[in-house]
Design a protein around this ligand. Structure first.
Ligand code: EPU
Length: 335
């Protein structure tokens, strides 16, 4: 039987480094173990929450229920024409999968190097960076459906992917756990260098190779984003809001320098810019604050509570609303 741990500290299981406890905690290496954990959860009528890398969750209090953490981390491949289908278990460190793709010269996810977290979470919020989103390469997702007591395979088309969004955040939320994700990567060179300074950065390193792209992404990330091992954070705390054309034109007329990006029939506005413009960049109150190099990132300087970070986020949301009449939403799950 899988071990059920009581009063588990979650401090090292969330990248904010918030010091909370969970009343129960269990890890699974395979489906049988996961089934056992769910049996226990149901017998004891417990709330449950899947937590892998903990890079997208803000705990504001102790968790009453059972935290379920994946330990499975196999990577297997299958080849079909110029594609390699790489299936990685949910508990694979995201960067281990990207490293695997770089080592084997498999194109597709190199721009996503350096994102904290595990593979199992990558489809949930459709992780994205430097012009690429996970959905661009996801082929399928194996999801353990609690009610069916079995695995359902969703093809990418079934996942309703959107900007930091998917079916796993909506219809399938609380219905089960992602077990593995299959990425379809290409042996054909396919560099995507349209984002900001990425092209220059790669060219400065010499040839356009998958490794040079990944290294350039890391350099850009390091120049803006804090390392959660050094400064507690959870990447972008907020999503970039989507405006309709009229709203975007109005904003551009007032602030010609505002960064805007086309997004289907909407326009995405850089929330980091709005937050900086409103004067929050580098702000600190006690041990929580706004990162001084990227205003979209909230940080824990040491002993901040989750409640303090949540309060700061609410103040920022309200201020942006007052100053720009724009509603920004959190990207992070607040528990
Ligand atoms: N900007 C500012 N001030 C700031 C931050 C940004 O003026 O404090 C401006 C930048 O100068 C730039 C624009 O806003 O003109 C966009 O900034 P950046 O390139 O840093 O990207 P972002 O929109 O702030 C998004 C993702 C990041 C991802 C980067 C790169 C979201 C919520 N965030 O940030 O993802 O790494 O693009 O692709 O979409 C994450 O999701 O956790 C994350 C870090």
């Amino acid at each position: 039987m899988t071990e059920i741990v009581r009063n588990k500290s979650l401090r090292y299981l969330n990248t904010f480094g918030i010091d909370v406890k969970s009343s129960r905690y269990a890890e699974f290496r395979n489906i049988e173990e996961l089934r056992k954990i769910f049996e226990y959860q149901e017998e004891n009528n417990l709330n449950w929450y899947p937590l892998s890398g903990g890079s997208n969750t803000l705990f504001t209090r102790d968790y009453k229920g059972i935290i379920i953490h994946p330990l499975c981390s196999d990577i297997t491949t299958r080849t079909e024409n110029e594609f390699i289908y790489v299936k990685a278990d949910a508990g694979t460190l995201w960067d281990n999968l990207v490293f695997f793709s770089i080592e084997h010269n498999l194109w597709g996810i190199e721009n996503l190097y350096g994102i904290p977290g595990y593979v199992g979470s990558s489809p949930i919020q459709n992780i994205g960076a430097y012009g690429v989103e996970a959905k661009d390469c996801i082929y399928s997702v194996d999801f353990y459906d609690k009610k069916k007591n079995g695995i359902v395979t969703l093809l990418a088309n079934d996942c309703n992917f959107g900007y930091r969004d998917s079916i796993f955040k909506k219809e399938l939320k609380g219905k089960g756990i992602i077990i593995s994700v299959t990425y379809r990567l290409s042996i054909k060179e396919n560099p995507r260098l349209d984002y900001g300074d990425l092209k220059n950065e790669v060219e400065n390193k010499g040839k356009i190779t998958i490794k040079n792209i990944a290294d350039s992404v890391i350099s850009i990330r390091n120049s803006k984003l804090p390392d959660p091992n050094v400064l507690g954070n959870s990447g972008s705390f907020f999503k970039n809001p989507l405006l309709n054309i009229q709203e975007a034109v109005k904003l551009k007329n007032k602030y010609p320098e505002v960064p805007l990006y086309p997004h289907g029939d909407k326009v995405k506005v850089a929330a980091g810019w709005l937050i900086e413009k409103a004067g929050w960049k580098g702000y600190r109150k006690g041990d929580c604050g706004v990162h001084d190099r990227q205003a979209l990132v909230l940080v824990n300087h040491g002993n901040s509570s989750g409640e303090e970070i949540k309060k700061l986020a609410e103040e920022i949301i309200s201020d942006i609303n007052t100053k720009f009449n724009i509603n920004i939403e959190t990207e992070v799950n607040i528990l």
